[in-house]
Design a protein around this ligand. Sequence first.
Ligand code: GRF
Length: 220
Amino acid sequence: MQERMSNTCDVVVLLSGSGSNLQALIDSTRTGDSPVRIAAVISNRADAYGLQRARDAGIDTRTLDHKAFEGREAFDAALIELIDAFNPKLVVLAGFMRILSAGFVRHYQGRLLNIHPSLLPKYKGLHTHQRALEAGDTEHGCSVHFVTEELDGGPLVVQSVIPVELQDSPQSLAQRVHVQEHLIYPMAVRWFAEDRLLLGEQGALLDGQLLAASGHLIRP
Ligand code: GRF
């Protein structure tokens, strides 16, 4: 079990799948000086492997099956209730395969982060690696952003940019992008936990400075 310390930032993670980003986040909290505490992991799918990762780390888990609800609004209302029972400062989407209602997004305005496997605003939605290859892009990557009502459209926090190789397949590209996801997501969550990152009227601010439209850029 992770101990609650003063100055910790409680985080609830939402996911639907493998949870490798959750794992990266868990690993990053094991450094000793991390202010991040993962209070709970919630999935809409009982079989999500990410839940097992959470249990293995001694983190509380919950499943809320969207199919048991009449519609998006009803599911999202129940999800809000479940999340808020843990009183998190930040909610982290880590492969949560649900479109969120406007009400949900507004409820967590400024404290809801997502990671997306493309250099947003390019390739919102699915099949991002294949689309980057088909377009002949020479660079690809991933983005962490604040979530707003526009799908994959909120202010960018950080992007990692990697070169596309001639011999890349969607799978090989996905694999290299994933490595970058595991670096930038814990970084952004930590910034937030340390009160260095926040969502202002004009966009994302890091250490009091408005970030560029692309967010903080990393080229490993
Ligand atoms: C990642 O590619 C992330 O960018 C996207 O969903 C995927 C989740 O992967 N939002 P994992 O479950 O963390 O391995």
